[in-house]
Every structure is written in structure tokens, then in C-alpha cells.
Design a protein around this ligand. Sequence first.
Ligand code: PEP
Ligand code: MG
Length: 315
Amino acid sequence: DRASASSAPITDGALADGTPVPLLANLGKPEGAIDAVALGAEGVGLFRTEFLFLSSAQAPTVEQQREAYTKLLSEFPGKKVVVRVLDAGADKPLAFLNDAHEENPALGLRGIRALRASEDILREQLTALAEADAATDADLWVMAPMVATVEESEYFTDIARDYGIKTAGVMVEVPSSALLADRILSYTDFASIGTNDLTQYTMAADRLLGSVASLQDPWHPAVLRLIREVGDAGRAHGKPVGICGEAAADPLLAVVLVGLGATSLSMAPTALADVRATLLKHTIEQARDIAAAALAASDAASARTAAQQAAAGSA
Ligand code: PEP
Ligand code: MG
């Protein structure tokens, strides 16, 4: 009956050979947690904290933030929850962090750059996160957006650890940080690849501009090569490399990403079921072969076709 069908346990994300690939949710508000869990999210791979404050004129207080983060974390006892500190700028301006006019806000004072320029706001956010962590039983990981240099990565890792954050990492969504992932991961605890911005910056194509949408394609082998750099660095250092951009929600691309070294995938919860089913069709060796086929292509369309052919041979 319907009740028993809907309460049937959903298996954790894994490949055909049993290799675990935790499947996590991208969330923008704590209220999304209930549906995400119902759809089988094993935790949260990206909590976009800036979504809470898009209409705020003033920086949120520590108390306001502690309440929101406690609500989120309490939905995931014993589970991993990756919270991103405020990613302000460009497509997500925050009045209290982005005040100056910029010709090219995507290339401006955004993400970790904006937080560094208003370090009190970063410190208050870390205070609230540490307090919410102490009040709940989730496994809290905290990461910085738009990190472009090794120095920024070390800055964020140090300041997060100063506040007692046990697992501090960075997003890789700028090509420079993908290319230097081996240096970044020698220090910070984990990387999470934001394929939306990584594609935008690799292809020099505004993610919001319809006229260049054909370039905003994470199947592009240039993007896949950068992801491979990060995957290789993660393997070399024994550090987790997640994916939290939209690419993880494309089931075949999800297989490619795992073949390139991704150790977990985070996506809109509605995409979890299809990705879970497709991962189960391929072993890790096959995922690596499928990824190699895509990497060998010279454009996005042929990478997808090559992956489809390789996957048809291995499914
Ligand atoms: C990304 O850039 O891929 C990402 C996950 O972050 P956002 O979409 O919030 O910029
Ligand atoms: Mg981004």
C-alpha cells in the first residue's frame, strides 16, 4: 500500500561494487530538511547561508543565525552537514556586504573576499555556527565560497579552526583553486567543487546570461580536466572532494564526477533518486573508464556522447 511504499528504506548512495558515494542535499533554508530526508538525503552537502539574508538590510545577529543553524543541524543527528559561510555578490548580493558599485560583480569583492573585508561578519557567523554545533549532534563541516588562492584557503581554515570548527574546507569554483588543489588540500580538510561557478569562470560565460548558455556546460572537457585535478589532489592527500554544483544532478555526469575522484555528491533533493539509480549500474573501474572517455573529447556534446557510449558498454 502507499504508506508502506513511502516508508520503504532508501539505500545509501553507492556504486555497483559497493563503493559508497554519499548523496547529500543542497539547501537554502532549514525548512527544506524534512523533504530532503524523505527523499533519501544522507546529509547536507551545501547549505547556502546567504539565502537566509537576501532581503536583510543589516547583518544578521549571532542569535538570529544560531537559531537558524540549530534548526538545520537538529534535523541531521549523526549526519554530515556542510554549511557554507555567506557567499555574497554577483547573482546573490547582500546589502550589508556588497555596497560599492562594480562593473563586473562576478569578478569583484564577493564570497570570501567580501567576508574578509568585513571580518566581523565572518567572525559572528562562525560564532553562531560553533554555538549551533555545540547544541546539536550533527557532524558540522564549514566551507568558504569563491576561494581563489592558497592563502585565502589557509586564512579561512585557520579562522574557522579558531572558533572550534572541527572540519573546515573550501569550495573550488574558480579555476585557480582547481589548478592548485594539491596545495590547498595539503592544509584544509576538504574541498567541495561548485560546478556552476567553476564552469562560468572556466568558460568565461556568465551563468545568468541566456545568450552564452551553450558555453555554461559542465560537460566541457576543460571543466572536467579541472575537476580531475581536484579529484587527484583529494586522493593524494586522502581528503574528501565533494561536488555541490548542478552537475551532480545529471545522473550520467554524476558517474563521470565519481570517476574523476569525487567522494560525495550534493544536489537538489528531487534529483537524488535518479542519481542513486544510475550510480548503482556502474563499478568504480567503469566510472573511471566513462570519465576517461568524456575527458578525451574536445567539446561538451562529444564528451556527453562518449560517456553515453562507454556507459552503455558497462551498464
Ligand atoms: C556553484 O557555484 O556551483 C555552487 C554550488 O554555488 P552557487 O550555485 O551557490 O554559486
Ligand atoms: Mg558558486
